[in-house]
Design a protein around this ligand. Structure first.
Ligand code: APR
Length: 280
């Protein structure tokens, strides 16, 4: 089928980039863009899948609309729904998926230029992708601070508050503002690091997009920044973001864990990938 031929072509490209890296030329030419779909098989719900997505299951928090749970204006007025959800989302209880290990393998083979992720679960780091290769476009739970005066808040204090479903307040009692993990809420700016790296897709020789609906800007605009001659490979349950509109686009629709196994097999890396994931 067209898909099989394309997957074989992508496999050949991955091997060629690996070879360039071994010959000392800059092999780091693969840019990866990911969303919540790569963590669903780890047990973390995504946001917009019809029945299993987070936004379909927040009724118990009686929000005016689902995305309010991540809206900064709503949070200021009522932080409790977020802190109720934070307990489920807080990193540390989940194992990376084989898709996270595939991204780590790209780095180990010296061909990962940059991973742009929308996820806040830190599973990329846990899979062994080095921090300097990751742009957490929507922030993460790694740090927390007061939303009024920006004073940092201690990590242990945050963990205690989340465990006890308390809403932590600023360490400066004169301020007493609400504390929030540095996750990018709707209405907030993305981290400077996102904008500092936004030209990288133009340098990519291969772009791999996985597990995202590409429905939130400005992240959703990243794949379109790739040059016309750069193949864009989509590993996703559904076709999204206009990927498939260019002649060199490759669609590998379905579960991304199955998709990365297909790419790894086409590159001759499947055994290595399974062994790497087994150690994760
Ligand atoms: N394999 C492949 N695709 C999957 C899988 C899977 N196992 N599970 C889910 N998907 C797909 C869904 O079909 C959907 O297209 O992943 C995509 C997930 O989309 P969203 O739930 O919208 O998640 P995401 O794209 O990361 O959301 C973007 O929205 O709520 C904000 O800030 C939040 O970062 C988030 C942003």
């Amino acid at each position: 089928t067209l898909e099989n031929r394309s997957v074989e072509a992508v496999g050949r490209m991955l091997k060629a980039l690996e070879k360039r890296g071994e010959e000392g030329e800059r092999g780091e030419r693969v840019v990866v863009m990911t969303g919540a779909g790569i963590s669903t098989s780890a047990g973390i719900p995504d946001f917009r899948s019809p029945t299993t997505g987070l936004y379909a299951n927040l009724a118990r928090l009686n929000l005016p609309y689902a995305e309010a749970v991540f809206d900064i204006a709503y949070f200021r007025n009522n932080p409790l729904p977020f802190y109720t959800l934070a307990q489920e989302l807080y990193p540390g209880k989940y194992r990376p998926t084989i898709t996270h290990s595939f991204i780590r393998l790209l780095h180990d083979k010296g061909i990962l230029l940059k991973l742009f992720t929308q996820n806040i679960d830190c599973l990329e780091r846990e899979a062994g992708v080095p921090g300097d290769k990751i742009v957490e476009a929507h922030g993460s739970f790694a740090r927390q601070s007061c939303i009024e005066c920006k004073t940092a808040y201690p990590e242990q204090g945050m963990k205690d508050a989340i465990r006890e479903k308390r809403v932590p307040r600023c360490v400066d009692k004169a301020c007493n503002g609400l504390v929030k993990p540095e996750i990018v809420f709707f209405g907030e700016q993305l981290p400077a690091e996102f904008f500092a790296n936004r030209d990288l897709p133009t340098q990519a020789h291969l772009c791999i997009v996985m597990g995202t609906s590409l429905s939130v800007q400005p992240f959703a605009g990243l794949p379109a920044l790739c040059r016309e001659e750069t193949p864009r490979v989509l590993l996703n349950m559904e076709q999204v973001g206009g990927i498939g509109s260019r002649p060199d686009d490759v669609l590998v629709l379905g579960d991304c864990d199955a998709g990365v196994r297909k790419l790894a097999e086409a590159a001759g890396w499947l055994e290595e990938l399974e062994a790497l994931w087994a150690r994760t």
